[in-house]
Every structure is written in C-alpha cells, then in structure tokens.
Design a protein around this ligand. Structure first.
Ligand SMILES: NC(=O)CC[C@H](N)C(=O)O
Length: 372
C-alpha cells in the first residue's frame, strides 16, 4: 500500500500524553512498557531479542526498514517486542542479502507498528519522565478506550516473563564433538550467545528456565551459562530460581552470566536489584573494565540494575565493570570463584565486538577447571 494511504495510528502514554502516526504493521492494539533503543542499525536482532518481550520499542534512529530482512539475522524464533514506534518506515529496501521487506515480516509475525511519530520529542519525554507503560493502536480504537485499557496493563516492576519466552524442552546447540560442554539456563537466551559459545569449541545444552540444579548437572558440563531475559529479576528470583543459581555457584564450576543472569547471581548473594528511571538500550554504551583499566563500547538492553553500594565490602562479590555514563554496575565477579557476569551484552547482536573477550575468559576458566 502507498505510504500516505496507511491508516492513522495512535500512541497513548500512561500519563495520558497522545502521539499520532501511521500504521505500518497489522491492525490491532498492543501495550507494554515503552522503551527507546538508540542503535542506528540491527533492528531485526533487536525485534527478536527475547529480553524485549512485553515492551513497546521506540527506535530513535530516523529510518527503519531500509535494508529489509534477512532470515539469518534473528536472535530467537521470531519477533519478541510487543510493538514498534518509529519515525520513517521504509517500504522499499535495498540489500543483496535480504529475503523480504520489513512490512511483510511484520505482517507474517503479527506485529503492530506505527511510524511518522515525532520520535525525538517522544524519546525526550520518556527520558525526562522515566519508564512508563504505553498502548499503540492501529484499528481506530478511541483514545478514551485506549486510556481505559492502559489502566489494566501491569507495571514491569514485579513481572516475571522468562516463563513466556524460555524453551519448553531442553535442546543442544553446536558441534557434539566440541572440546567443552556448557549447560545454559534459558531465561530468554539470545541465539548469538549460543553462536559465540559454539565458535569457541563449546557444545551447549540449553535448559528451560525452571530446570533444577540436577538437570543442569546431568549434562556433566565443564561450565554453566546464565542467560539474559525479560522481566523483573526479583520476580524471577521469587520463583525459586535463585536457589538453583546458589547451587550452581557452589558447584565450583566456572559460571558466566549475562544481564538477567548477572542480576540473578547478585540476588543469590544477597544484593538487590532496582528498577532504573530510564534503562540502557543501544549499541554505544561506554563501560570501564576495572581490572584492565580499558574502556569498551558495549551493546545494552536492561531496565533493572544491581544496587552498587551493596557491593561495597561484600563478602563474596566485587565490582569488575562500571558504566561510564552514570556509574551503575556493569559487571562483577566472585572473589574466590571463577564466576563472573556483566549487565550488558558481549554477544553484541547488534553492536561492537569490544566485549567478546568475555567469552574467551569463560572458556579460559573452563580450560583451567578441566586441567585441575
Ligand atoms: N537483557 C536482559 O537480560 C534484561 C534483564 C532485565 N529484564 C532488565 O530489564 O534489566
């Protein structure tokens, strides 16, 4: 359909603020927490990242869709965001490696999306007013009805969402003749993490979020990986998963945690998480590695974080990486164990590869463990 013939669409924020645009997905309404991602490229990886489940994605980059869709550039089995808000949506794309255009992809995957929104104003508004729920509608529902619906949408704080995106059955990833074996707890794992492990000679068995410690050990792993994922980490911990994490840390095997996995390691050691005023989502977040003294530009996607002060003089944990924009906890390690975790995304899909060394460090810990 011609661009200027697309139906009018509307976005309503929790506080009643309204923005208008045009529908560039299917007809309907979608709701969730609205969050902005500042990455200029990598939209398909972002849309399929399970950590975004339940969130309406606001893309600050001015163009979405211009390089189409490539079936290989996914981080899970399909789109995970609840809806999309963007400025210019491209109905035409140009790229030899693309298999279709973004509109067809949205239609196939049932995504509700609106374009032609003043995304600069909207981003500034959310940045100044903090994380909030929103609803977008492309089917003509009145603003009054949308406001009413919005009142019933739960806050992200207190929401457990790993159960909605985790695998139902355990599965294997990589080459079964690889040198190392890793058990991964899937709390909403991004496929590129599995690729990064497989590339480093690891054969991975991926377990559902509610796997027991015994399940994870049944693979006789040389190391354990705790994944990223959506929702409030405390709500997931309350399901009892924090007890499994504690057993994993006590096992003496090397452990690596990313994002939600990192937050769970903290919760298992008695430190707390909090909901950030405005999360970190993009591909240019500066982080300092306190051990090497080097900076790294990282890919990030989180709305919760570890309370930094609680790491001061902590019995078992110490700070290893700091976010240079706001000083928040970007990474930590256990004092007497080969256990470390980061709040950001070293698999960087999308994003710069500065932090891929963390996968090498994990494998080095695995080698050390196997030698001992
Ligand atoms: N990428 C992630 O794992 C996100 C973790 C958690 N859901 C947060 O928003 O902080």
């Amino acid at each position: 359909m011609e661009y200027n013939k697309r139906e009018q669409a509307v976005l309503v924020l929790n506080d009643g603020t309204v923005f208008y645009g045009r529908s560039v997905g299917i007809r309907g309404t979608a709701y969730g927490e609205i969050c902005f991602n500042t990455g200029m490229t990598g939209y398909q990886e972002v849309f399929t990242d399970p950590s975004y489940f339940g969130q309406i994605m606001l893309s600050t980059t001015a163009h979405i869709g211009n390089y189409g869709v490539n079936e290989e550039e996914v981080d899970s089995d399909g789109i995970k965001i609840a809806g999309l808000v963007c400025k210019n949506f491209s109905f035409y794309h140009s790229r030899p490696k693309s298999s279709s255009n973004l509109l067809e992809y949205f239609e196939k995957q049932n995504l509700i999306a609106i374009s032609d929104v003043d995304t600069r104003a909207l981003t500034a508004y959310i940045r100044d007013n903090g994380a909030m729920n929103a609803i977008i509608s492309t089917d003509g529902t009145s603003v009054e009805d949308l406001k009413e619906k919005l009142e019933t949408v739960p806050s992200m704080e207190g929401l457990e969402l790993s159960s909605k995106v985790s695998t139902k059955e355990a599965y294997y990833f990589g080459n079964e003749n690889a040198t190392y074996k890793v058990s991964a707890l899937d709390l909403g794992i991004k496929t590129n993490i599995l690729r990064c492990l497989a590339e480093r000679d690891c054969y991975v068995k991926v377990f559902p979020y509610n796997a027991s410690f015994e399940d994870l050990m049944s693979f006789n792993p040389d190391g354990i990986f705790l994944s990223n994922g959506p929702g409030d980490p405390q709500a997931l911990a309350d399901l009892g998963i924090v007890g499994v994490v504690e057993q994993v840390l006590d096992s003496g095997k090397p452990v690596f945690g990313i994002c939600l996995g990192h937050q769970l390691i903290g919760l298992s050691q008695g430190v707390h998480t909090y909901k950030m005023f405005s999360g970190h989502r993009g591909v240019n977040h500066p982080v300092m590695n306190l051990n090497s003294g080097k900076g790294e530009i990282t890919s990030q996607n989180h709305g919760f974080a570890i309370i930094k002060e609680e790491l001061d003089n902590h019995l078992t944990l110490e700070l290893s990486h700091v976010h240079l924009n706001d000083g928040t906890v970007a990474g930590m390690k256990m004092k007497n164990k080969d256990v470390f975790s980061v709040q950001y995304h070293p698999e960087s899909s999308p994003g710069p590869h500065d932090s891929r060394y963390l996968f090498d460090d994990f494998v080095a810990n695995i080698q050390k463990y196997k030698r001992a």
